[in-house]
Design a protein. Structure first.
Length: 188
């Protein structure tokens, strides 16, 4: 007996997805000609976006982030934002198009979160932790000292955080002199 492969819960059939996108594109064109709002995105298309984003979030380079749900939400939001840019005449592969959109949405979310972590680390490092008071009437200073030590040990140092790459701009050497430079050179 031949075994049939069970389809994954994240499987998106590209042919059906393309057919749904072509149908939606026709509805959008009709609505724009009539001067109406764009029609609602079909449930199947939204389901495909969700499946693609969920499956992509299980890749090894995205799986261990605590903000994975935010990444998925950003990816779906970007797909809805750029839905009108998909042109079935140019490409017959909506799966690849929207996978790229979601991938770069994930990358942008990771960059945002890293920036927030660096800001938080900088604030903790700059804060004078010795002035931190839990309760002014508290005589038990052990708790306060333990909390300060915890912050010092567990907060990342700003020099350990990834730095932005500096872009070096080369200055062009000017070969042609301006009229002002010509006059100055003539006087000298």
């Amino acid at each position: 007996m031949a075994k049939t492969k069970k389809k994954s819960e994240h499987y998106v059939n590209n042919k059906e997805f393309l057919a749904a996108m072509v149908e939606y594109k026709k509805l959008v064109d009709k609505a724009q000609k009539a001067g109406k709002k764009n029609p609602r995105v079909p449930d199947y298309v939204g389901e495909c976006f969700l499946k693609i984003a969920n499956h992509l979030s299980y890749r090894p380079n995205f799986i261990n982030y605590t903000f994975r749900d935010d990444m998925i939400s950003d990816g779906i939001e970007n797909c809805l934002q750029y839905l009108g840019n998909f042109n079935p005449k140019k490409s017959k592969n909506p799966f690849a198009y929207f996978t790229q959109i979601i991938y770069y949405a994930f990358i942008r979310r990771i960059q945002k979160e890293k920036k927030q972590v660096s800001i938080k680390a900088k604030l903790i490092e700059d804060a004078n932790l010795a002035d931190l008071h839990v309760d002014p009437h508290d005589v038990n200073s052990d708790y306060k000292n333990q909390f300060i030590e915890f912050l010092r040990k567990n907060s990342p140092k700003t020099d350990e955080l990834p730095k932005k790459k500096e872009i070096k701009v080369r200055k062009r050497k000017r070969k042609i002199k301006t009229p002002l430079e010509i006059v100055i050179d003539e006087k000298n």
